[in-house]
Every structure is written in C-alpha cells, then in structure tokens.
Design a protein around this ligand. Structure first.
Ligand SMILES: *Cc1c(COP(=O)(O)O)cnc(C)c1O
Length: 354
C-alpha cells in the first residue's frame, strides 16, 4: 500500500540515554493520519511530520467524548529486526470499540498497512536497550464542528509513536493494589469493554484514592453489586487459587486484553486449569485465609505481567506469596517477553515482523 509522505523540515535528535526514556513523553518525527467523511469513507492515509493538529473548538470529540484508542508496542530483536505482537488483535478490538461508540468501521488490513508504513519510516526510533520498546498509540476522534449530540460525520484516525523505557528497570517488582469500594469504573451495557478515554476519566478518582493510601493501582469491582472482581483499569487481573488459574469472565464491563488472551492460551498450552468466571472479592479473601491464594497478577501491554504483592480490601490487607513473584507469574513474563523480543520460538505465530 502506498501512502502520501510529507517530509519533515528537520528531524529531532533521538534520545541519547535509552535507560531514561520513561513512558509517553517523547514522540517520533512522523505520524500516520487518515480522514473519514460520511459518503466518502476513510481516505487520504498519509505520513506527515508529528505536530499539533488543528481542530475546531467545537469538535465533537472535545465535548461528548467520541474517541477510541489502542496501545501496542514494536520490539527490536537482538539481531536488530523490528517486530509487533498480535497487532491484528489490536485493530480488531479497535473496531469493537468503534462499534460501541458509533464510529465507522476501519479496514483492519489498511490500518495495519498504515502502521507498518509509518514504522518503516521511523524504525530508527525503536530503542534497543533491554526492556525498551516503541509504544504505538492509534486513536480515532470525531472532529465535526458541531455541538449537537449525535455520532460524527467526520473523523481522524491517527497513529503516534513514543519510544519508552523498560517497565521494570530493577526487575519484576510486585505492586500493591487497593480494592475500590465506593466508585465504579463501568457497568454491563456501558462501554467498559471499549478502549475509550471516558473509561479512564471515570477511573481517575479511584486512582487518586489509592495513591492517598499508598497503593499504586485500583482493583475495580462490578458496577451493580460491588462484589465481583472486574479489572485493574489498565490491566486485567488473574488469581492462582490452589491449582486453578482464574480470571473474571468477559461480560461487557471488562476490557478484553490481548495480554489476558495470550496468558489464558499459554496457561492452557502448559496443561494448567484455567477458568474465566465470576469471582467475588469475598472468595479471594476466603482463599487467602485458607492459604490457597498462591499468586495474583495483572496483565497488560505496558507491564506484560505485573505481580501483585499486596491487596487491600476495606481493612483487610492480604500479602500475596510473601510479596514475591510467583512461579507462574515469572514463567508467563519470561515466555511472553521472550516471544515479543524474539528470544524464544513463537509457536502460536503471534509475532508479525516488519
Ligand atoms: C488496554 C487495557 C487493558 C490491557 O489490554 P492489553 O491488550 O493486554 O494491553 C486492560 N484494561 C484496560 C481498561 C485497558 O484499557
């Protein structure tokens, strides 16, 4: 596929110290942009210099939140090649989000071609220090200058790239998680399963409360009874109870994570018992009291596997596995990152090479 290419007047200097990249602060020289107009469809896919975009202050996305996004990474292998992890899944999910927010369907092959063309131009920006990657943020916004409430007729699909540092600069560290019992993030029938900014806006207040109590992240409970476990807000959650690996089932209020899906597939391939079902927070507390709660971990593109060392529910603080990484968490992390950085075989064909 050929896309128009507009050359930048000058290129930025690449970050000199890849160990100091952090997350989401540095952006590359170019971005991919494509427009949508009702009647015309998606058109004018192009690679242009990364720069502020011009929008009417009346743009619909600014007022009513008609926006969806994705998050994925490009990895540089030891040999210097660049590869993606299950990118078709991201664009498939983008369309599931689109459907919920009444944003027009985007051809998934075209979107992936656009991303690959952008990466081809920007491949020198994929860092090579251990654990680093190029974070990829595709998103769609409604841009009609109109204050009425209806789905837009004009959209922009944009992909920006941001070199990011190793998530675990000093090894796989357990996180402490606070179970939110006042606010909820999403309800069934709402848009919890869609990757859209509004879900994050709804979650900030819980994050604030967790930080006040010295916990790093929030575990959300269901929006109706506040009894059943949902997810961590940017990560899905897994529990190892006895010899069962359990994660909440997808019923509309949880984001269907690609790391979650890969974790389930890996555990099954290792012959483990994996269940997707409703799990109450009481069940977890009971398993903990019986000594059967072996491991808790989050899954998501950013951290891959994030072991949970402490879980606080009301006044009960559960220390999981002595605040150490469990064997299953470690094996999942090693396997998944090994495949992503091309150090292990890829028996499931998850990797797409540039
Ligand atoms: C993106 C996201 C996840 C993790 O999904 P991955 O595809 O594994 O990165 C989990 N929960 C929410 C709310 C998310 O936005």
């Amino acid at each position: 596929m050929e896309f128009k290419f507009e050359k930048a007047a000058a290129l930025k200097a690449k970050p000199a110290d890849e160990t100091q990249l952090g997350f989401g602060k540095v952006f590359t020289d170019y971005m991919f942009v494509m427009d949508y107009d009702t009647g015309e469809g998606w058109h004018d896919g192009r690679i242009v210099p990364y720069a502020p975009i011009s929008l009417s202050p009346a743009s619909m996305c600014l007022h009513y939140g008609q926006e969806v996004f994705e998050g994925m990474k490009a990895y540089r292998t030891k040999e210097g090649n660049i590869q993606l992890f299950r990118p078709e899944e991201n664009f498939k999910r983008l369309n599931q989000s689109n459907e919920r927010l009444v944003i027009p369907h985007l051809d998934e092959t075209l979107a992936l071609e656009g991303l690959k063309a952008l990466l081809e131009v920007e491949k020198d920006w994929v860092p090579s220090a251990p654990g680093t990657s190029l974070y990829i943020r595709p998103f769609i916004i409604a841009v009609d200058p109109f204050l009425g409430v209806r789905p837009g007729d004009k959209y922009m699909f944009i992909i920006i790239l941001s070199p990011s540092g190793a998530y675990y600069a000093s090894g796989l560290n357990p996180v402490s998680i606070y179970v939110e019992n006042k606010y909820v993030r999403a309800v069934r029938g709402g848009m919890g399963f869609a990757k859209t900014g509004g879900n994050y806006a709804a979650s900030l207040i819980g994050q604030d409360e967790a930080h006040k109590q010295n916990y790093s992240q929030v575990l959300w409970l269901d929006g109706v009874e506040q009894k059943y476990i949902e997810e961590v807000g940017a990560m899905n959650i897994f529990f190892v109870i006895g010899d069962e690996v359990v994660t909440p089932e997808l019923q509309g209020s949880i984001l269907p994570g690609i790391t979650r899906k890969s974790t389930i597939e890996l555990c099954k391939s290792w012959g483990m018992k994996v269940s997707e079902r409703r799990i109450s927070i009481q069940e977890i507390a009971d398993a903990y009291d019986r000594g059967e709660l072996k491991e808790v971990f989050g899954t998501g593109t950013a951290a891959v596997i994030s072991p949970v060392g402490h879980l606080k529910w009301n006044d009960k603080v559960m220390e999981i596995n002595g605040n150490k990484i469990g064997a299953i968490s470690q094996k999942l992390y090693d396997t998944m990152t090994g495949i992503q950085w091309g150090e292990l075989d890829d028996p499931f064909n998850w990797v797409v090479k540039l």
